[in-house]
Design a protein around this ligand. Sequence first.
Ligand code: FAD
Length: 522
Amino acid sequence: MKGLPAETDFIVIGAGVAGLRAAIELADAGPVLVLAKKEVMNSSAQSLPGETAALSDEEEVILHLQDTLIAGDGLCLPQAVKTLVDDAPERIEEVIAWGNQFDRNKTKLTFETEALYSHSHVLRAPGSTAGAAILRALHAKLQTRKNISLLEFEFCTGLVAENQRVTGVSLISEKGLPEEVSCSAVLLATGGVGQIYRNTTNAETATGDGVATAFRAGAEVGDIEFIQFHPTTLYMKKAPRFLLSEGLRREGAYLRNIEMDRFMGKYHPLAEQAPEDVVARAIMHEMEISRAKDPFVYLDLTHLNATRVQKRFPRIYATCMKQNIDITEDVIPVRPAAQFSVGGVRTDLEGRTSLAGLYAAGETASTGVHGANRFASNSLLEGLVYGARAGRAMRAELKQTRKVPSKEKKAASQNGPVDAGIEELIGQIQDIMWKDAGIVRTRSGMLEAVKVLEGLAPRVTHPRTRRSHEAANLHLAGLLVARSALAREESRGAHYRTDYPGHDDKKYLKHSVIKGESVRFV
Ligand SMILES: Cc1cc2nc3c(=O)[nH]c(=O)nc-3n(C[C@H](O)[C@H](O)[C@H](O)COP(=O)(O)OP(=O)(O)OC[C@H]3O[C@@H](n4cnc5c(N)ncnc54)[C@H](O)[C@@H]3O)c2cc1C
């Protein structure tokens, strides 16, 4: 298949771990069109430092399940977690067979511990990140399948639906033209919504396109208020927020405020070893009381053995060196940043959304597997497991009838006058989300966020270019997060409100579902 077809059997939007895994599953059933808005190795998986994928040694599967349920703070769907851990060995074995390598001790896979969990549950890839390595293996496998056509720089702008059924997608093609392609089923695997925040570790592609597109078409979005924030990312004004893993604190790194005082002892008996969300909130508080215009705190490794630090964290060492920071001699300026979208487009365990013909997988989806907070390293595995399951379920859609819409070609401008001021608009969205619907939330703050976003609505109503579509998607995804967070009057998992600091199991041991402007709990 060369170029965009008028119709195909299956369309997969997104070429990250979830999208590619689904496409491989679909290839035996019929032609698959995989579309990515950027080059394929530019998904968030590509930029991951020291990345790990969850898997447990056979005897410890039950511990992986338990740790995931604990991290999810009461909201995980147990069946979704069970499915994840049950399917995991097969999914990991196949990516190994397709060329991915994980660290081994002789022939046996090496399992490592991460964060404060009960067992060794993560795999690392030698010399590179597990995320990028898995993506490369999937990509190599995909090249061997004749039925799959992977096209880059094709930007999905919406879904085409007929008789309550999704029958295709609309897009801005690589050539900048509006196109439509029809199909039997569409999978959204566009990653998360991290770019709604001023500070984020996410790739620039994570503009919530899948969530916004599905929501506009009438699909249910769930648990979207739960955004996981990483406490320590390198803070250099114009540089991307590079993740400084919790491994540094486990190794003995201290956190210091701008007065150079260690402060974590004031917030938690475990000091720097406290849970991630506690550390993130403590840093936010220290930044606030510093009253600095550009606040940050420091991560300090200078008291640790320099040779060991360099050996244990070569990527972090090299990245900081590029910013002229020698982490064995200098303290590192850090800020928290958005890391992972826990909720998303609501699906069942086979990736089916509430709209016929529409599926979602990976970070775009909300399967219930993460509950209210993600267990570290489960997301790559989620992409593999639920990507494959969605692919399998989509094959059945071939029986459905489909319609070929006429291809419409209008002049589309990539950078015309409509884009004037778009970056400033995106900046406004990111600033209000960071300030009022970020790590520490209050009712008044979120009301303000909703009000500001609603006020910006006229500026995103008629997007024409890719960037203005991204602005509209960020705007909508931001509104969904703020409205859901406002409705959940408790603190749970990654969602923290100072006005409701505790759990309210009676009312909110439930999943949020947002449709239109109303949020309900089920
Ligand atoms: C810094 C960092 C560290 C992480 N560390 C870990 C870890 O250690 N372990 C772990 O398991 N997880 C980790 N994660 C999370 C994990 O990497 C992601 O959840 C996962 O890679 C998401 O995969 P995905 O397939 O859902 O989406 P992505 O990999 O984000 O892919 C999205 C795809 O959709 C495409 N796309 C988006 N919008 C459109 C559109 N409108 N039209 C066409 N194409 C579109 C993009 O171009 C891209 O190809 C980390 C994430 C970050 C940012």
